[in-house]
Design a protein around this ligand. Structure first.
Ligand code: 5RP
Length: 228
């Protein structure tokens, strides 16, 4: 995953997106270091009197939102007006997400939102999607999905934990295969191929889901509409 962007750029992007949050909104709270800046900014606005409800996309974003004093709700009880989330790569309006292994819940929340804003630093922008696609799988389907991904000309690697022996286990109790397809010519076709594999819970290709991108730099923020 691309980790090259500066924290100042991520902060600029996150805070720019947070400024679009309005009183009374239900806000999807993304996962990762850039989305965390948005959550902190929303928390400061809540402290100052903004009335919003957050829907977290992971254990991490839930914990941060609680620490920041943002009231939370479940998708069972609310519908999301605006989601703010990061990305590992952005090209042609499509995204690869899942660097934090949270893409299953992120996709549910982001896709349900009336508007989905991506927050990113310039290192995330690319001509073509090409970083490995995270694929969350049922643990018992790890080998069958890996074989099927190889049949799709992908190279799957089980994601391993850094401070634990063995694999990363998602918030949903599943495993992640990082699947390297090289540059992806047709993200929509690959997305439907991956979604059709038995045992795949969710993949990290977000095709035609995002509405707008806020790209932060140390000099300011560029906001662009993304085609859907
Ligand atoms: C988590 C994600 C993150 O949004 C993505 O990895 C970007 O993270 P960061 O803002 O830390 O670079 O998809 O599953």
């Amino acid at each position: 995953m691309k980790q090259g962007g500066s924290d100042a750029a991520k902060q600029a992007a996150g805070e720019s997106a947070a400024e679009t949050v309005e009183d009374g909104m239900v806000v999807g709270l993304g996962t990762g270091s850039t989305a965390a800046h948005a959550i902190r900014a929303i928390g400061r606005a809540v402290d100052a009197g903004l009335d919003v409800v957050g829907v977290p996309t992971s254990f991490q974003s839930r914990q941060l939102a609680r620490d920041c004093g943002i009231p939370l709700a479940d998708l069972d009880d609310v519908s999301v007006d605006l989601a703010i989330d990061g990305a590992d790569e952005v090209a042609d309006g499509n995204l690869i997400k899942g660097g934090g292994a949270a893409h299953a819940r992120e996709k549910v929340v982001d896709a349900s939102a009336d508007r989905f804003l991506v927050v990113a630093d310039p290192t995330k922008e690319a001509e073509r999607l090409s970083v490995p696609v995270p694929v969350e799988v049922l643990p018992m389907a790890r080998s069958t999905v890996a074989t099927a991904v190889a049949d799709l000309d992908g190279d799957p690697t089980l994601r391993c934990a850094e401070r634990k022996d063995g694999p990363v286990v998602t918030d949903n109790g599943n495993l992640v295969l990082d699947c390297d397809f090289g540059p992806i010519d047709d993200p929509a076709a690959l997305a439907s191929d991956l979604a059709a594999l038995p045992g795949v819970v969710e993949h990290g290709l977000f095709v035609d889901v995002a509405d707008e991108i806020h790209v932060g730099t140390t000099d300011g923020v560029t906001v662009r509409a993304l085609s859907k």
